[in-house]
Design a protein around this ligand. Structure first.
Ligand code: B4P
Length: 192
């Protein structure tokens, strides 16, 4: 079972991925986390990534593609991955299909979390007081949401065409959303 969880930054992808990982015994591949790790390493690449993330823009497809290939090619994770925050652009979606195909895998379901900008601003301000993430700032949140709106439509259409897309109301409580996601995953026949 390979899953994509899709939605704007702050939609709750990381929160729900952690739930799915525990319940279904699979592995989370968060491109946001991988990029933040790279920043924390203080490398030259990390510094470059940091300035892009703090501007609310997307990091280049090449950088993110290299990070995810390492994960997909690892036999330990074969058919047990939740892609959290990847793909974000149509070219990333196509690249994901190519990489999975090269490693004899495929996607089983795409979960799209729908959340308004107002809700995201509220959540990010709350998270800022707990986690102190550098990109948790209202202005950056608005820019990130706009970037998402601009790049997400082709990705959504791509997954609509392949009949993998499932839209989830991300405005509900964390446990209500987890219940809905469980129902959708359990409805995929033949993967257990
Ligand atoms: P992300 O890593 O995706 O952003 P995030 O803010 O961590 O989003 P997430 O949806 O995981 O939110 P969370 O569960 O924490 O992206 C950050 C940046 O990385 C991007 O702007 C981009 O620059 C870069 N990037 C990442 N992937 C990339 C790619 N593929 N290509 C290029 N660039 C890329 O939830 C947010 C908060 O809300 C938490 O505090 C949580 O507790 C709370 N919350 C969650 N669900 C809730 C609910 N239902 N009710 C109330 N609160 C809730």
């Amino acid at each position: 079972m390979n899953i994509v969880i899709f939605g704007p930054p702050g939609a709750g992808k990381g929160t729900q991925s952690k739930f799915i990982v525990k319940k279904y015994n699979i592995y989370q591949l968060s491109t946001g986390d991988l990029l933040r790790n790279e920043i924390n390493n203080g490398s030259e690449l990390g510094n470059k990534i940091s300035s892009i993330m703090n501007s609310g823009e997307l990091v280049s497809d090449e950088i993110v593609g290299d990070l995810i290939e390492k994960f997909i090619s690892n036999e330990n994770y074969k058919n047990k991955i939740i892609f959290d925050g990847y793909p974000r652009t149509l070219s990333q979606a196509k690249n994901l299909d190519i990489l999975l195909n090269n490693h004899k895998q495929k996607l089983d379901i795409v979960l799209k979390l729908n959340v308004s900008l107002e809700t995201i601003k509220k959540r990010i301000l709350e998270r800022k007081s707990i986690e102190k993430r550098a990109d948790d700032d209202e202005k950056i949140a608005i820019k990130r949401f706009e970037t998402y709106e601009q790049s997400s439509e082709p990705v959504i259409n791509y997954y609509k065409q392949s009949k993998l897309l499932n839209v989830v109301n991300g405005e509900k409580s964390i446990s209500q959303i987890s219940d809905e996601i469980s129902r959708l995953i359990d409805s995929i026949k033949g993967w257990l």
